[in-house]
Design a binder for this molecule. Structure first.
Ligand code: FDA
Length: 314
């Protein structure tokens, strides 16, 4: 992140590689009025040793959070806790994360990965709830199955982060057209916020019933209409955005008094996360490519042949 090509871009979307970087970013955001969800980057581990190492890091995060006053929750990916190797072992490891976080107290949410993980992730959330270790979940508007999953989660009183979905899926299970994903998000948003209106505000350190995770201004506008129409208690919902994305909009929402949580990833394994952010927005790829070209040009030895007359250098 400090030397490779496109480092400016990596630094924009990822708080840094060390826990100090993550905590510093969280404190900075908290001073600006935001809540934070810290995500220790890592996914698809291939050994239980790696999963245990991730648990050790989450324990360290919790220790640090106990020393600071900041509204921070945790986001975790089941595949970082070896769900692909063993659901049972993953459940035990995640139980440890939630128990540790309860000491802050900080809420924990399971991120939603690609569709190969949807059943496992919802199963983990149900099992954790049965162990009296409730976690929030994420549901992706892009998947056709989500309305049914949403009803199942709401029936258990679970907290839902609603997002569009960051993974490429086939048309047999997910809307291929963005307009349809947006329309599905709008429908699900109504259901999530209507449910929040019927829920009590959570205790300190617990997750709000509804998390509206999008940077889409039309959907945010729609959410604000619903929040007012349903007279939602501000404890029952929050907007959520990604670190480094639409900071102007983040400021604007907070300035208007809406609760906002910034999903703040950090850690050395930032590449897959960054790739998803690049894929989401072609302009990021153009920016990435142009910074790569500038770096290559800057590194060319001074003796490099000059461009021929008439050739174009962009
Ligand atoms: P959309 O893609 O329509 O973007 C709306 C506007 O936001 C764009 O026009 C642009 O201005 C800005 N924008 C969006 N993405 C950008 C980017 N990468 N760089 C720069 N600008 C960008 N997904 C998932 O599958 N599982 C998960 O667990 C999560 N978790 C999660 C947490 C939080 C807090 C957020 C905000 C998002 C997620 N996501 C996620 C990602 C989500 O599914 C989705 O891929 C992105 O949020 C982009 O979709 P938008 O809703 O922002 O809309």
């Amino acid at each position: 992140m400090t030397h490779g090509p496109g480092r400016v871009l990596a630094r924009r979307f990822v708080a840094g590689e060390t826990l100090d970087d993550g905590i510093a970013a969280a404190m900075r955001l908290a001073r600006g009025g935001a809540r934070v969800s810290l995500d220790y980057l890592g996914e698809a581990v291939s050994s239980f040793g790696d999963a245990e190492a991730a648990l050790a890091v989450y324990r360290e995060i919790v220790d640090r959070l106990r020393q600071v006053e900041a509204p921070v929750s945790l986001s975790v990916k089941p595949s970082q806790f070896a769900v692909d190797l063993s659901r049972g072992r993953c459940l035990d490891l995640l139980s440890e994360v939630v128990r540790a976080a309860a000491r802050v107290p900080a809420g924990v949410r399971l991120d939603m990965e690609d569709s190969a993980h949807t059943d496992d992730t919802l199963w983990l959330a149900r099992q954790l709830r049965e162990r009296c270790l409730p976690v929030g979940v994420v549901l992706q508007a892009a998947l056709y199955r989500t309305p049914a999953d949403l009803e199942a989660v709401l029936a258990t009183g679970g907290s839902v982060r609603l997002c569009k979905g960051a993974y490429a899926e086939t048309a047999s299970i997910a809307y291929p057209r963005k307009a349809d994903v947006d329309a599905a998000y709008a429908r699900l948003l109504e259901r999530v916020l209507a449910n929040a209106a019927a829920m009590p505000a959570p205790a300190a350190g617990q997750l709000a019933p509804a998390a509206i995770a999008t940077h889409d201004e039309r959907l945010i506008h729609r959410a604000i209409e619903l929040i007012h129409r349903l007279k939602l208690d501000p404890g029952t919902y929050e907007f959520q955005m990604l670190y480094g994305v639409r900071r102007d909009l983040q400021e604007k929402l907070m300035g208007q008094g809406y609760p906002l949580r910034v999903y703040t990833p950090w850690g050395p394994s930032w590449y897959p996360y960054l790739s998803r952010r690049l894929a989401e927005r072609p302009a990021n790829l153009i920016f990435f490519a142009s910074s790569l070209v500038s770096e290559v040009l800057a590194k060319r030895p001074a003796t490099s042949p000059k461009p021929r007359a008439g050739s174009v250098r962009r």
